[in-house]
Design a protein around this ligand. Structure first.
Ligand code: ASP
Length: 368
């Protein structure tokens, strides 16, 4: 094989074509091609491990980084790192203490992906198990499947020795009780005038604009790592949208939406409105933008713009000022250790651990 036809060159070239074509501008395609050459020259692994996480993941990146230095595989390290936050009742967006669904039941979603084998595992709407990311890792390691959901995921976890635990803390139960008491129309069931389509598939008339911000609590932890061999892994774990319809699965356990790894390129993840991320294949799109030569932060911003343009076709998701009524944050870690993150709105942070220690950084912003 000549260098021109290595697997990586093939991947980079094919993604450039797709993205260039979707932009529909020949001249842009040209620019991507120039960037491809630059990207190939840059993608050597970092000399020491680099781990990134969402803003709530400072302890997770510290732990993941330490585990990699101690010899752990990157997938094991990121799952171990997020385990700290899954077990922390103070974080009401992940694992134990996470806010429950409409019925007061905590249902968790998680996924993990291992770059060197390009294998993924995930669980959706799992109950009574504190560490869904570790269960997702078991799916990856011990089955030929990618995703196991609901009761099946719980039973699978029990087979692997995970303990049955009550995940609903008093604080989360009280928050749910307050929501239930005051809920009025603050739920996920669309009113007739909020629907873009009626249940029989007939287009619904415009009705009244509803520009209320989406009134729910989001929160999740994403964590990605690359080691000096250039092995990349990532995971995302969450209790999902609070007070969701029972059985609702967000973007976090969906490979390519809330998390994705391509060992030739890097990793990406998302937090925020899962429905918007799923409908734009967010994490996959970020890795493809990096493959096309964009810097990680630029790749995140590029995908956020696409998410906005796709999502705001649903008029209830748009405010009068033309901005979306929800937030999404994208995270990107390239194979060479360069990282970035971008949010739709100001004040979001992400975390990193590398040779210089663990710290929080500001996310780039789409709408200042
Ligand atoms: N993305 C998660 C979900 O939609 C929630 C979040 O990140 O805040 O389930």
């Amino acid at each position: 094989m000549t260098p021109k036809h290595t697997r990586r060159n093939f991947l980079l070239a094919s993604s450039a074509t797709v993205i260039g074509a979707s932009a529909g501008v020949g001249a842009r395609g040209q620019r991507f091609k120039v960037n491809l050459v630059e990207a190939e020259q840059r993608l050597d692994p970092p000399s020491s491990p680099v781990c990134i996480s969402s803003g709530n993941g400072l302890r997770a990146v510290e732990r993941a980084h330490a585990r990699i230095l101690a010899g752990d595989d990157t997938a094991l390290a990121v799952v171990n790192g997020v385990g700290i936050v899954e077990a922390d009742p103070k974080d009401m967006s992940v694992g134990y203490g996470g806010l429950p669904n409409e019925n007061g039941v905590v249902q968790l979603d998680a996924s993990v992906m291992h770059g060197p084998t390009h294998k993924a595992g995930s669980v959706g709407a799992i109950e009574d198990i504190m560490h869904p990311a570790a269960v997702a890792l078991k799916v990856l390691q011990t089955t030929d499947h990618v995703m196991i959901v609901g009761r099946g995921a719980y039973e699978f976890a029990r087979v692997h020795g995970f303990k049955k635990e009550d995940l609903l803390t008093d604080k989360a139960r009280q928050a749910w009780a307050r929501w239930k008491q005051n809920r009025s129309n603050r739920d996920d069931w669309l009113n007739r005038d909020e629907m873009d389509w009626s249940s029989d598939g007939t287009r619904v008339g415009l009705g009244d604009q509803n520009n209320e911000p989406v009134p729910f609590t989001y929160g999740t932890i994403h964590c990605a790592a690359v080691n000096p061999k250039g092995d990349v892994s990532a995971c995302t774990t969450t209790s999902g949208l609070s007070y969701k319809i029972p059985g609702r699965v967000g973007d976090s356990p969906i490979i390519g939406a809330g998390m994705y790894v391509d060992n030739e390129i890097g990793a990406a993840g998302a937090t925020g409105r899962g429905e918007a991320v799923v409908q734009s294949c967010g994490a996959f799109a970020v890795t493809q933008a990096m493959a096309a030569g964009m810097e990680p932060t630029q790749a995140c911003l590029h995908v956020l713009k696409k998410i906005v343009s796709n999502s705001t076709k649903q008029r209830r998701l748009m405010r009068e000022n033309g901005k979306p009524s929800f937030n999404v944050i994208m995270y990107a870690l390239r194979k060479d250790g360069v990282h970035g993150s971008a949010a739709m709105f100001p004040n979001a942070t992400y975390t990193v651990a590398d040779g210089q220690g663990a710290r929080s950084l500001k996310c780039a912003v789409l709408f200042e």
